[in-house]
Ligand binder design. Structure first.
Ligand SMILES: [Zn+2]
Length: 66
């Protein structure tokens, strides 16, 4: 399983399933726990999800990491 070091929280977080990144809390979040707003294709053909973060309640846009 892939590990990711969160420099703000100073701890490792695991990337599982589809993860999205909340720029407000600097956290990786399981896509399943977010509230879907929109999905669009980015410049390199990547999926970009706009979602409402379950932790901070703010809208954030992130590339989807599987
Ligand atoms: Zn958040």
């Amino acid at each position: 399983m892939e590990r990711y070091y969160n420099t703000k929280l100073k701890k490792y977080q695991f990337k599982r399933k589809i993860q999205v990144y909340c720029s407000h809390c600097s956290m990786w979040i399981n896509e399943e726990t977010t509230k879907f707003v929109n999905i669009e294709e980015g410049m390199q053909g990547e999926d970009k999800l706009t979602f409402i973060c379950p932790d901070c309640g703010q809208t954030s846009t992130s590339r989807r990491y599987g």
